[in-house]
Structure formats: C-alpha cells, structure tokens
Design a protein around this ligand. Structure first.
Ligand code: RIB
Length: 316
C-alpha cells in the first residue's frame, strides 16, 4: 500500500489509572502534605495520546496496550473505546499500571508511575501495519519494545513519532528510526546532553523533525534546518496533567489529516491549552470542535507575542 493510501494512526504504549490528590503544593522530599480532594482518572501517556488523536476527529485511531485482569483495566478500556479508539489489548498477569499524582493549587503536579502490566509489552506484539500512516510511541513501556516497534514501522514505511517521555537515554537505533521527535525542555537536555538555548539543542539532533514543548510559552520546532514557533494560548490552568500528551496526540492527528507543520503546531498548542483548564488526564482532552472554537476566538485567547518566544529559544 502506498504511504498516501494509509490513514490509520497507531499508538503503542502505556495506560494507567491515575490516583490524584489535590494539595496546596507538591511535597518536597521527606515532607508530608495534608491534601484535599481525591479522585481517580484514566491516564497513562500512551492512552492519553490515543484519546487526543481520536478526539481530533476524522482519524482512525488504534492502540496497542498491556493491561492486567482487574477492574482498573475495564475503566481504562471504557475510556479509550468511548473516545473512539480501537484496542489491541495484551492481557498480563501483572496489575494494570497506576500513577500517583499530587496536583498543586498552581496546577503543577508530581507523578510516580507503577508500570505493572505496561512492562509486559513486547516488541513482537505489533499487528499488521498495512493501513498505518503514523506510529506514535512514548517511553513508559520497555525501551526494547519501543525500539522494536520503531524499527518495524520504519521498515514498513510508516512514519514514526516518538514522545521521549519520561526522559531517558535513547538507543541510537531508536533515534535513527524516528521521523518526528516530541520532547519538553528537560527531555531535550537529557537527550542532547547540551545545556545551551533551545535552538542550539535542536541543532544537535539528527532527526528530520523535532518539536519542543515549552509549557505556557508554546512550542518550537525544527524541520529540515528551518525553525517554526507557535506561541501558547492563554488559559486559566487548573491541572496541567496530560497537557503534553494532548499536544502529542493532537499534533500527530493534524499531520495525519494532511496539515502542514505550522498549522499542526497551532492546533496542538490550542488543544493542550484547553486540556489544562479541566481536571484529570483523558477527561481533560478536548474535542476538535472546542479547539476550533478557541482558534477562532482570537480576542479572548490571543497567543502571546512570537518575538518573546523567539528570544527565549535563542533565535534572535
Ligand atoms: O503524562 C501524564 C500521564 O503520566 C498521567 O496520566 C500518568 O498516568 C503518567 O503516565
């Protein structure tokens, strides 16, 4: 099948049930904080990204994931299927993955993941890639499996998108198979081992397209030696959990639908800003209609000036 006739977006990665406690601040090492409300939400970087792809609309989204044989698994499966994601589940004897999140009043968080079943994903579990245009990967599943998925996809002519989160050293063969790399500033520094400006760090990487998310500032991308900037959309943030995942899923969905990189970055920044206005991971991810409404209402959500962003990235 030619690359243009393929349309499915495949996510291979993690799924967790998130246990979230709100507190005045994230505790320092050794500190105990008395929190307030407690809630559980379907989460996990891979599953969040799959939901973001599906909610972008018009994209046939599939996900390969590993779950335990327990009630947490059905909560996650229901959330994904309700969003319109088709599942390929590897059933593990390990418990479904969980994440323990302290959410502070200034919308920041600290997350500890107990991977459980996510650790059971193996490199030979990828089913047919025949109709797949993009494979979206993250690093909450074993690195050997992620690398094997990327190599198989590259071999099959599928575009490989890697969100290198959480930060860790990447095998050279994995990085060589990636078409689009998405990282935050910390992950960029960890991968390049370079502590210069965003632009300088981007120049260290031999990947066709690298996108760096910069929180409320927006994002910066480098493709074919050209830089692209997208300022952030101003919102009242209540919970930044899954903002990065929303960005990744929305970006890949937009690219899959044929958007050029600048338009895809704009869509992804708006989707991720909206995700910060609601609690939870998958529960916070917006539908396309909400993102388009935000993009149209330039007055209320005007992006901050690109000049400040260019200076921050070391581009002026
Ligand atoms: O990126 C946010 C996600 O990180 C949470 O949903 C949590 O499950 C962890 O995987």
């Amino acid at each position: 099948m030619s690359a243009s006739a393929r349309s499915t977006l495949l996510v291979a990665g993690s799924a967790n049930l998130d246990f979230v406690v709100r507190a005045s601040h994230v505790p320092a090492p050794g500190e105990t904080v008395l929190g307030r409300e407690f809630a559980t939400f379907p989460g996990g970087k891979g599953a969040n990204q799959a939901v973001a792809c599906a909610r972008a609309g018009g994209v046939d989204t599939r996900m390969l994931l590993a779950l335990g044989d327990d009630p947490f698994a059905s909560t996650i499966e229901n959330s994904l299927t309700d969003a319109g994601v088709t599942l390929q589940v590897v059933r593990s004897a390990q418990p479904t993955g969980t994440a323990f999140i302290c959410l502070s009043d200034d919308a920041e968080n600290a997350i500890t993941v107990a991977p459980g079943a996510n650790g059971a994903l193996r490199g030979d579990e990828l089913s047919s890639l025949q109709d797949v245009s993009h494979l979206l990967l993250q690093l909450e599943t074993p690195i050997e499996a992620v690398t094997a998925f990327a190599l198989s996809a590259r071999e099959a002519g599928v575009r490989v998108v890697l969100n290198a989160a959480p930060a860790r050293a990447l095998p050279t063969e994995l990085l060589r198979s990636v078409d689009v790399l998405i990282v935050n500033e910390g992950e960029l520094a960890a991968i390049t081992g370079h502590h210069g400006s965003v632009a300088e760090c981007l120049e260290q990487l031999d990947v066709p397209c690298v996108v760096v998310t910069l929180g409320a500032r927006g994002c910066c991308a480098r493709q074919d030696a050209q830089f692209f900037l997208q300022s952030g959309f101003k919102v009242q943030a209540v919970d930044t959990t899954a903002a990065g995942d929303t960005f990744c899923g929305a970006l890949v969905a937009a690219l899959n639908l044929g958007d050029a990189l600048p338009a895809a970055l704009r869509y992804a920044c708006a989707a991720s800003a909206l995700a910060c206005t609601r609690l939870g991971a998958q529960s916070s991810i917006p539908q396309r209609i909400e993102v388009e409404t935000m993009l149209r209402s330039n007055d209320r959500h005007a992006p901050i000036a690109n000049r400040a962003l260019a200076a921050y990235c070391g581009l002026v």
